[in-house]
Design a protein. Structure first.
Length: 303
């Protein structure tokens, strides 16, 4: 009888422990996405709009692949960053591109794409209609000593590794290069390597690749530009971590409510534990909600 009571007591404690773990996991997932952040008011409804599509993108991506490699996940959507965007897609139909470093820092033997697991290739391809990956840079310091040969080598290395990891269907060939740095020779070489387009800086005063001021003005005015080698360009519109208040969010909505394309981006590192910023998640969700409310199509960059 005493053994039965002890066994029953242990089972009860075990049951309570498992229940608490489940509740903790549920609360954690809810806190990541379940809070609607008091969705924006009706002022996000465009009175008149020429906006045809919206696209999200994430720069400086490499950590998601290291995380998928180091952890015993059974799905890519157990990875917290990919989970967040999957939930945005499920609710608002977003498309998102991750622009990828080959490594954070090759000189310091940091993790690089050649070390990444490819066990999720089929799952990535099954989600390639809304989730894609493209080249960003060799590594974080590369822009300081960039030349055409380095860019060509690591563009091809990165795309080849991404084809292995996420599959050809999941590759985005319309990319944002790190710091918007590339001279004419580099742009021509990337075009011949298969790159189809480049996202230019949201700041009109900032240099964007080898574009002249006149070319940039044309691109910002028409939301599109094609140079003499056939490389396509379209402006980035919003860097989400720069949005510091709700009023700034509404100002951006007004600023691009009459343009054909809306390109919204942030950086992968803002989702890390050390840099986590709930405002980024909030405004990413607000932009997704706003576009959905205005019947704007989510799509990848295109003509």
């Amino acid at each position: 009888m005493i053994k039965y009571i002890k066994g029953h007591y242990i089972k009860s404690i075990l049951f309570i422990f498992i229940l608490l773990v489940i509740i903790f996991i549920f609360i954690n997932i809810y806190n990541q996405f379940g809070n609607d952040f008091e969705l924006p008011d009706n002022s996000v409804i465009f009175e008149a709009s020429d906006t045809k599509y919206c696209h999200f993108s994430i720069d400086d991506s490499i950590d998601v692949f290291e995380d998928l490699t180091e952890n015993e996940y059974s799905s890519i959507f157990e990875q917290p960053i990919l989970l967040f965007f999957k939930q945005l897609h499920d609710k608002y139909d977003i498309t998102v591109s991750f622009y990828v470093f080959y490594s954070w820092d090759i000189s310091k033997n940091r993790f690089n794409l050649s070390q990444s697991t490819d066990k999720f290739k089929d799952e990535f391809e099954n989600n390639s209609s809304w989730l894609k990956f493209g080249f960003h840079a060799k590594d974080a310091p590369a822009y300081e000593y960039l030349n055409a040969n380095i860019e060509e080598e690591y563009y091809n290395k990165t795309v080849n590794e991404l084809e292995r990891i996420v599959g050809k269907k999941s590759i985005d060939y319309f990319v944002r290069l790190d710091r918007y740095v590339a001279d004419k020779e580099t742009v021509h070489i990337l075009k011949s390597s298969g790159c189809r387009g480049l996202l230019i800086a949201p700041d009109k005063k900032r240099e964007s690749y080898a574009l002249t001021q006149q070319e940039k003005n044309m691109c910002y005015k028409s939301d599109w530009y094609v140079d003499n080698c056939g490389m396509r360009y379209t402006p980035t519109d919003v860097q989400v971590e720069h949005i510091k208040s709700d009023s700034e969010f509404y100002e951006t909505i007004l600023s691009f409510s009459h343009q054909p394309r809306v390109e919204i981006f942030t950086h992968e590192w803002v989702f890390s534990d050390d840099n986590s910023d709930d405002n980024v998640k909030k405004y990413m969700k607000w932009y997704a909600y706003t576009m959905k409310q205005n019947n704007v199509e989510f799509s990848f960059s295109r003509d």
